[in-house]
Design a protein around this ligand. Structure first.
Ligand code: SF4
Length: 453
């Protein structure tokens, strides 16, 4: 664990940054804010890349083959950034049957997939026994598939809806997670993190758990031996200091989990991925964007310790600042340098598109995430990039690395050095996707998938 920090050191100094990339120095929130605002983007990227190379070497960059399954879109929350949720009575509300869910898992197994990421809305009609039985059936029928499922807000709603045993919240969380773990749940995705600062969270995550509760769910998961991911959705109402405060909470709770549980086989955050808010079809997306001359209200309200209050600026919550590619790359690079106790930083090609997703491999990301066989949440908000395994491998190779397929815990399954690599087996890319590396389609299910050896 990195505990040394030098709050008075000049973080723009090369020797200081060299200590950071070597893992000998921890950046303070104030230094992170300075880096974000003052360091030119290519330079910040080079330092993030150096830190990534310290941890992951110069050669391999990874991806996983999993399937994103959204089992229900019925949700009692009303997050203003969400285009996916439905009330139970709406015509296009759905909950997938066990058979439909199993069919989806079968399909990902058939193309060499190793895990499913299963998340949904907070559906009050589904009792905890529905999830337990689902997990038991999936575990029994697909024993090799890693089940990565149910983000903290879903876990909290299981507790709220069903009178869960336990006299205080942590005990109830432990009860639910133990039930799910015994039924087959193996790790927890970081959905619902958004931005932790209360002033922002209260505006965007209506009906969703607080940051402290989100972090508590993950802590109990770590105690029970499960690994988790952490996420951040930015580029809406928040100030830059809010992004740093968010990363700071992840970093300090990770310190605590490592300290308290690692000697007893505990889990931890193994990855962090930040993605920009996708505005289409969302209530939040209807808020006007700031102009380039504006001082952004979110920056006035944001405080590095999370104590900002909406009353600090009259227009807070009334102006958006969407993240473009430079803001995205800057934020990701900073996360690599700041989160010195998290192994993997993921590129978000699903939201940024493959070109920026590939560039992100030079800005601190070591992992491209998954092929996209199906995605329903960001695609509901207007973003529908789809890539298969060959294209993911090609992106990694053209960025100067060797692609490697991994599992959920970042064990390497296949290192694609040979002529039989998924990308090298493609003789004619024009046949695969009409002369384009990128497929931009409304329906990811139509994208041809290549088989993995
Ligand atoms: S983001 Fe998740 S919790 Fe929020 S409304 Fe959408 S489905 Fe519900």
């Amino acid at each position: 664990m990195h505990t040394v920090s030098k709050p008075h050191a000049n973080i723009l100094d090369t020797a200081v940054l060299q200590d950071v990339t070597d893992g000998n120095l921890r950046i303070t929130p104030e230094q992170a804010l300075r880096l974000y605002h003052e360091m030119p983007l290519p330079e910040l990227g080079r330092w993030a890349d150096a830190r990534c190379r310290t941890l992951h070497g110069d050669h391999l960059r990874t991806y996983v083959i999993d399937r994103n399954i959204n089992y229900t879109n019925v949700c009692t929350a009303k997050c203003t950034f969400c285009a996916f949720r439905r009330d139970g009575h709406e015509d296009d509300a759905y909950t997938l049957s066990y058979d439909a869910l199993k069919q989806k898992v079968k399909e990902i197994v058939e193309i060499g997939g190793t895990q499913i990421l299963m998340q949904g809305g907070m559906n009050p009609e589904l009792p905890l026994s529905w999830y337990v039985e689902l997990l038991e059936q999936l575990r029994s029928e697909f024993p090799t598939v890693h089940i990565h499922a149910f983000s903290p807000p879903e876990i909290i709603e299981f507790i709220n809806f069903f009178n869960t045993p336990g006299s205080y919240l942590e005990e109830q969380i432990r009860f639910v997670l133990t039930e799910l773990q015994n039924a087959g749940l193996q790790s927890i995705p970081g959905g619902g993190g958004e931005i932790f600062a209360p002033a922002v969270r209260e505006k965007i995550g209506l009906g969703k758990c607080t940051a402290e509760v989100w972090l508590l769910v993950m802590r109990v998961a770590h105690e029970l031996g499960m690994n988790t991911s952490a996420t951040m959705m930015f580029g809406h109402l928040e100030g830059i200091a809010d992004r740093i405060h968010h990363m700071d909470l992840v970093r300090s709770w990770q310190d605590q989990s490592i300290q308290d549980f690692s000697l007893d086989g505990g889990g931890r955050y193994v990855s962090f991925i930040a993605w920009p808010f996708q505005p289409d079809n969302t209530p939040l997306g209807r808020i006007p964007e700031m102009t380039t001359n504006d001082v952004f209200p979110g920056d006035i309200v944001a405080k590095l310790d999370g104590t900002g209050h909406k009353s600090m600026h009259k227009d807070f919550g009334r102006r958006l600042r969407l993240a473009g590619s430079s803001s995205y790359l800057r934020t990701q690079a900073l996360s690599r340098l700041y989160l010195d106790n998290i192994y993997s930083i993921g590129s978000s090609w699903v939201t940024m598109g493959p070109a920026i997703g590939q560039t992100a491999l030079m800005y601190g990301a070591n992992d491209l995430g998954s092929v996209m066989l199906e995605e329903n949440v960001v695609s509901a908000a207007g973003t529908t990039w789809c890539l298969d395994e060959a294209k993911l491998c090609r992106m990694i190779r053209e960025a100067g690395f060797t692609p490697a397929k991994r599992d959920n815990t970042y064990n390497l399954l296949t290192i694609h050095t040979g002529d039989d690599a998924p990308d090298r087996r493609i003789k004619d890319w024009s046949v695969l996707n009409k002369n384009k590396l990128v497929v931009h389609t409304e329906d990811c299910n139509n994208v041809p998938l290549t088989l993995s050896k």
